[in-house]
Design a binder for this molecule. Structure first.
Ligand code: ADP
Ligand code: DP6
Ligand code: CO
Length: 355
């Protein structure tokens, strides 16, 4: 932390996480409490990440935020909640009489936030997860706060609570109305499964037509499949997925991951009016994965799609090279004169350490 008595600055990075058991639907919009638990893998920070600088100064007249180089609206309710909750914690800590506790920076100073994603924002690659995790983490560092912060990140964007930890992370839906038990927990660290790899196939960098927040609101109101899934399917899958991760059973991990992705997109189709996040290229990737797996007579790769057309592929390190070649063969950069498909940038991403 750069520090004089008038100003303090902290810069942090946070990785995205990609869910293998999907969160889609809230039981409480305000507190961001989900209708089911979810589970994800946090990627490596050197790949898809948010970098956020927070600065407080005696001279700042108001709180402000810049997102990807453009000033954004600081009055956004979720931003306000995160700022308020962090400041509340900081005040509590300052008032606790703990001698080890820094009294600087002063909590009443205004904050300037500057955040940028090194990947497409609002395109279904979990920018809200990395974005809010990074913001909460950076603010916590600024005020010297430690401990359970996923509850605050969750109030920025639900999926953000899972990016507060590395490796394999579950977001327990919780039961309490105040949300204090709706938190993220690491199931296993990244080192548990070193052979696991993630490939990101960027199909489109455009903003999605329907944001996750609005999309899931409509699904909760209109989709009977979503209700059935949350109550009857996800609890069992959470157990199976946890077991698959614990045993490093790629076959089960991959199959549940693909079924989850498909059922999530089925609930989007069951939403009224329906939401289409996948496009023709996404569907071609799905077919390719199934053909590739059946050609080898085993499940070597799994796809998952969040609320957008971009594919995330889970595989094991010894299959990466071959599968990347297969992708390049079927999606050559020059296809369609480079107009329809400007080549799929393929990134090999290994998993992250804790923030
Ligand atoms: P995604 O699939 O990328 O998570 P969402 O619809 O869930 O898309 O969320 C996109 C929104 O998340 C953005 O419009 C913005 O409000 C917020 N967001 C994205 N990146 C950041 C960031 N770095 N800092 C703060 N908020 C962010
Ligand atoms: C499809 O966390 O972005 O990526 O809580 O309203 O901010 P809000 O939604 P968000 O939803 C993520 C949905 C998902 C699945 C997942 O990450 O579990
Ligand atoms: Co999001």
């Amino acid at each position: 932390m750069a520090e004089d008595r008038n100003m303090a600055v902290v810069t942090c990075s946070a990785p995205v996480n990609i869910a293998v058991i999907k969160y889609w639907g809230k039981r409480d919009e305000e507190a961001i409490l989900p209708i089911n638990s979810s589970l994800s893998v946090t990627l490596h920070q050197d790949q898809l990440k948010t970098t956020t600088t927070v600065a407080v100064s005696r001279d700042f007249k108001e709180d402000r935020i810049w997102l990807n180089g453009t000033e954004d609206n600081i009055t956004h309710p979720r931003l306000q909640t995160c700022l308020r909750e962090i400041r509340r914690l900081a005040r509590k800590r300052r008032n606790s009489g703990d001698e080890n506790c820094n009294t600087f920076p002063t909590v009443s100073y205004k904050v300037h936030i500057c955040s940028a994603n090194n990947f497409p924002t609002a395109a279904g690659l979990a920018s809200s997860a990395a974005g809010y995790a990074c913001l909460v983490y950076a603010l916590a560092k600024l005020y010297g706060l430690e401990g359970e912060l996923s509850e605050i990140a969750r109030q920025g964007s639900g999926s953000a609570c899972r990016s507060m930890y590395g490796g394999f992370v579950q977001w327990v839906m919780g039961e309490k109305t105040d949300g204090s038990d709706s938190i993220a927990q690491q199931i296993k660290p990244e080192s548990h499964w070193p052979e696991l790899r993630v490939l990101i196939l960027v199909v489109s960098a455009e903003r999605k037509p329907v944001g996750s927040t609005t999309g899931m609101q409509t699904s909760v109101k209109t989709s009977p499949l979503l209700k059935h899934r949350a109550e009857k399917i996800v609890p069992e899958r959470m157990k199976e997925m946890t077991e698959a991760i614990q045993c490093r059973d790629f076959e089960s991990f991959a199959q549940i991951t693909m079924k989850e992705s498909n059922q999530f997109h089925a609930t989007c189709l069951d939403t009224f009016p329906p939401i289409f996040y996948l496009n023709d290229i996404s569907r071609r990737i799905i077919n390719l994965v199934h053909k590739y797996n059946s050609h080898h007579g085993e499940t070597r790769v799994a796809y998952t799609f969040d609320a957008g057309p971009n594919a995330v592929i889970y595989t094991l390190h010894h299959h990466v090279e071959e599968f990347v070649e297969v992708v390049k063969h079927f999606f050559p950069p020059e296809e369609n004169g480079g107009q329809f498909l400007k080549g799929l940038p393929v990134k090999s991403v290994s998993l992250s350490e804790q923030l």
